[in-house]
Design a binder for this molecule. Structure first.
Ligand SMILES: Nc1ncnc2c1ncn2[C@@H]1O[C@H](COP(=O)(O)OP(=O)(O)OP(=O)(O)O)[C@@H](O)[C@H]1O
Length: 504
């Protein structure tokens, strides 16, 4: 590590205003060569805005950016790239129709005279990928690769373009556990070679295992920087949220009642989920764990009618028509899909519209909703779900990622369904808001709902669920309850399909 060197990047007193909100307020930060700095803060605190300014995608309204100590205008992402600043986010920026080799050298294809030198491109792409231990055919079309491999190709591109500063904006949020660990390992390796890294993630263990320092933004202001891993998590969280987070997962005062959801031989038509049977009682939370590709995502989608499926699903004894999200909802299954961008957001509509879409018509008399009631209910929903927005009329896509997620949860939780199926409900959500969402979930179950929660975050399942079903290779392979609800037990089943027995 070379953290004592002059900063590679410094933002000094940077401000950025969007209509109705001061996203950054006189914020300063440095990242030196070889240093990994975590940029932390609640949803909407300004992290992405700051990283976009460094990456040339946004311009500050005030303050300066210095590269190698020299005041620099990073006018656009191409300028950033020339300076060695490369951004990696959860949205992949690769061209899916081009090959791996073309993507690695996109925008800087080596030439022989005036002709593109394809042989060199393929050879060098192969070398770059092999050096990073990424095994992929350089002639394969990127669009045909798994998300994990695409992310690794993106890293290879960053590394081969001689990145001096890597910015990771929630780059791991859609990756499998294994791919996440590999990505973090690649990042640590790059830092050892002197690359500066700025990483944004809402997953604390990731920050603690990777970063040497955490900078904390709150409401656009930089409230401080602390060393990692020596700063206790509770202290970092207090800086981010401005209060203690006691009783993080909350508790509920109810015992499971009658069976509400019956699932018999439910299988996805694509074969990714083999016939699966289980029941959930009113007031009960059942967790679904499993690695990426284990079938757990398909289980959620099949329950919510989002994919074609076979088998039988009953809510309060009444059969649900499969493969039809409207009918599933009509039968009382409220689904929060994990792909909120594609499946849940109305990107051209306001926060208010996105939050009220499903329940506002119920308030209407003769098809007309009194606007005063509407406005009051929207205000209440925004406050209850902690959605940070300068106005209910703001476009939903102008909210920070975590706040979009909270808006969707608010819409679906307000339905009063007997069954909720929540797939990765807190992905991209900050620690404070997570705790708020857990409390709302507990309230839903107290009012008699049956909840199925599919999550890749085991602590979340352990903290909330009465029992956890673990998927392995497309089938439920274990049910874990009581004292056995521990990460090691869940992990063992997720990885091998069974609990490892200690040799006697
Ligand atoms: N294009 C935009 N138009 C209007 N407001 C915006 C725009 N982009 C961001 N904002 C606002 O700026 C503030 C900071 O948003 P930003 O995305 O930087 O937060 P964040 O800390 O990255 O949040 P998250 O953890 O949810 O990703 C938020 O209030 C957001 O609504």
């Amino acid at each position: 590590m070379n953290a004592s060197a002059a900063p590679l990047i410094e933002v000094r007193g940077v401000s950025k205003r969007y209509p109705g909100v001061l996203a950054l307020d006189n914020a300063s930060l440095t990242v030196s060569p070889g240093e990994i700095v975590a940029l932390t803060g609640e949803n909407g605190s300004g992290k992405s805005t700051l990283s976009k300014i460094i990456g040339g995608a946004e311009q500050p309204d005030g303050g300066v950016v210095l590269v190698d100590g020299v005041e620099t205008v990073i006018a656009n992402p191409a300028t950033a790239l020339k300076l060695g600043i490369v951004m990696i986010s959860q949205e992949l920026t690769l061209a899916p129709q081009l090959t791996v080799a073309e993507n690695v050298f996109m925008g800087r294809l080596p030439r022989k005279g005036r002709v593109i030198d394809w042989a060199t491109i393929r050879r060098r792409a192969r070398e770059e990928l092999a050096a990073l231990d990424v095994h992929v055919d350089v002639n394969a079309k990127v669009g045909d690769l798994s998300v994990e491999l695409q992310q690794e190709v993106e890293i290879a591109r960053a590394v081969s373009s001689k990145a001096r500063l890597l910015i990771l904006d929630e780059a791991t949020s859609s990756l499998s556990e294994h791919a996440t660990e590999r990505l973090l390992e690649l990042i640590r390796e790059q830092a050892k070679r002197g690359v500066a890294v700025l990483m944004i993630s809402h997953r604390m263990p990731e920050l603690y295992s990777t970063a040497g320092r955490a900078a904390v933004l709150r409401d656009g202001k930089m409230v401080g920087t602390v060393p990692l891993p020596s700063t206790p998590e509770s202290q970092l969280v207090r800086m981010m949220v401005g209060r203690e987070l006691n009783d993080y997962y909350g508790s509920r005062d109810c015992v499971p009642g009658d069976v509400v959801l019956q699932v018999r031989d439910l299988a996805s038509a694509d074969g990714a989920l083999a016939p699966t049977s289980f029941e959930v009682r009113s007031g009960e939370i059942v967790g679904i764990a499993g690695l990426v590709g284990s079938g757990k995502a398909q289980l959620g989608m099949a329950l919510g009618g989002a994919i074609p499926a076979t088998g039988e699903v009953k809510v309060n004894g009444a059969a649900v028509t499969l493969g039809d999200p409207r009918r599933a909802l009509g039968a009382g299954i409220g689904l929060v899909p994990d792909d909120r961008k594609r499946a849940a957001l109305l990107p051209t509509r306001s926060v208010a519209h996105n939050m009220t879409l499903t329940w506002l018509p119920k308030l209407s008399k003769f098809g007309v909703v009194p606007t005063r009631t509407e406005k009051r209910r929207v205000r209440e929903a925004i406050a209850e779900y902690g959605v940070k927005t300068s106005s209910p009329a703001k476009l939903i896509t102008q909210l920070s990622g975590g706040n979009q997620q909270k808006a969707i949860l608010g819409r679906i939780f307000a339905l009063g369904c007997p069954v909720y199926v929540l797939s990765e409900p807190t992905r991209g959500v900050d620690v404070g808001s997570k705790s708020q969402i857990y409390a709302l979930l507990q309230k839903l179950t107290e009012s008699g709902a049956a909840v199925v929660i599919i999550s890749s975050e085991l602590p979340e399942l352990i903290g909330l669920a009465d029992r956890v079903l673990v998927c392995f290779q497309g089938a439920v392979r274990g049910e874990v309850t009581g004292d056995q609800l521990q990460e090691e037990v869940l992990n063992a089943i997720a990885v091998s399909g069974h609990v490892h027995e200690e040799p006697s």
